[in-house]
Unconditional design. Structure first.
Length: 119
């Protein structure tokens, strides 16, 4: 069953690191992805850019509303994700506990499936 591991970062956290620290964090995440790939569990992985360049779009009553980032009300941002394949939620949680990002952000584990199923 696929599970999405969302890296929920405090906004601005990346700016607190030096370039060398940022590259080391990224390298640790790449090694983790390679381990998941070797185990046959990695379906997809991406790091996402900051909210400073993000755009939020809503359509209400036929009218589009577009809001450019950064988003002042945001308490956290999705910094990236791993899409993994494992048989149980417990295994997905175990993978999240092994993720290096759990040391500096929250890793949210969500099952992947139709939005009409609330499992």
């Amino acid at each position: 069953m696929p599970y999405m591991l969302l890296m929920m970062e405090p906004p601005g956290q990346r700016r607190t690191r030096t370039e060398a620290e940022g590259r080391e964090v990224y390298a640790r995440m790449q090694r983790f992805a390679e381990e998941l790939q070797a185990r046959g569990q990695l379906l997809a992985v991406e790091s996402l850019g900051s909210q400073a360049n993000a755009v939020r779009v809503q359509v209400r009553g036929g009218q589009a509303q577009v809001l450019d980032g950064p988003f002042a009300e945001a308490k956290e941002m999705v910094g990236g994700f791993f899409l993994v394949d494992c048989p149980t939620r417990a295994e997905a949680v175990a993978i999240a506990q092994q993720c290096p990002a759990a040391e500096w952000c929250t890793v949210e584990v969500r099952s992947v499936g139709p939005c009409y199923e609330d499992a």
